[in-house]
Design a protein around this ligand. Sequence first.
Ligand code: PRT
Ligand code: ZN
Length: 286
Amino acid sequence: MEKLKIAIQKSGRLSEKSVSILREAGIAMPNGERKLIAVSPGFPLEVLYLRDDDIPQYVTDQVADIGIVGENVYAEKGQADLQVIERLGFSRCRMSLAIPRQEQYDGPHFFQGRRIATSYPVILKRYLDEQGVDAEIHEISGSVEIAPGIGLADGIFDIVSSGSTLISNGLKEVEVIMRSEAVIIGRPGLSDSKQQILDDLLFRIRSVQAASNNKYILLNAPNDKLDDISALIPGMKSPTVMPLAEPGWSSVHSVLSEDQFWQIIGQLRQLGAQGILVIPIEKMIL
Ligand code: PRT
Ligand code: ZN
C-alpha cells in the first residue's frame, strides 16, 4: 500500500511537538533510536527526520509529500508550488528587526545604507523592498544577535520569542515583520490514495486540536436563568439540560472554548450558576 511521507525536524524546537502531534492522532511512532526513516505501524505513514531548513526543498522535490516546519522557514525557503495545509499553533515566534539599545529609531528608513545581519535574507529583502529601503544584507548562519556587538552589522533580523536574547545582547526590537507558528506544508497533486491518507491525518489532528482548545463543562443553574446560561455556552449544537432532583434547578452540560474561558466562567457565576465542573476533552470530532 502506498504510504504518505511526512518530513519532520530531526532535533530542535519543533521535533518533540511534531512527534507528539502524530502520537496524539493515534499514529504510533516507533520508539528508540531515531532512524532517518521511520515507518508507522497501523497507519500508512512514513516519517523522515531532517533538518528543518531542508524540509521545504524535500517536499518540492517530492522526496516527502508533506512536512512540519516553522512558517518562517516556509516563507524563507518555500517555492511557488508549496502551500500551507494546516496551522498547528505551536512554536510561535516572531521575526523582527532589532538594533543596539542606545540607538534612536524613527522608522524603517533607519536601515537605509546600513548593514543588517540575518539568517533570513529572502524575508528581509522582501520587506526592505516593500519599504523602499536600500540596506546591505549580511547573511550569517547562527548567533546573529552578536553581530552588532562585534561591529559586523548595525542591526539584525532574527527570530524572537521571549525577547531575552535581544536584551542580553544589548539590542531592542524595533519592527515585527512576520509572526510564525508551526505549519504543515505540502504541494498540490498528490495521488488519490495519498490524498486520502492526508485527509485522514488532518481529520485526526483537527480532532485533537479542537479537544485541546475546548473543555467540557457541567454546572447547576436556576431554571429562570437557563436561557441566559445556555446562550453563554452554546456547545457544539446546544447544551444538554436535565432537571435536578431539587425543584427549580437544572444541570447543564456543554463545551467551552479555552479562549474566553475565565470571562465566561465569571459571567456564569454572575448568572447564579453553581457547582461548576470543568473537564478536559480528549478528542473532539467536528
Ligand atoms: O538543526 P535545524 O536546522 O533543524 O534547527 P534550527 O536550529 O534551524 O531551528 P530550531 O530548532 O532552533 O528552531 C526551529 C523553529 O522553531 C524555528 O524555525 C522557529 O519557527 C521556531 N522557534 C520558535 C524558534 C524560537 N521560537 C526561538 N526562540 N526558533 C528559534 N528561536 C531562537 C531565537 O532566534 C533566539 O536566538 O531562540 C533564541 C531565544 O529566543 P528568545 O527571544 O526567547 O530569547
Ligand atoms: Zn534550521
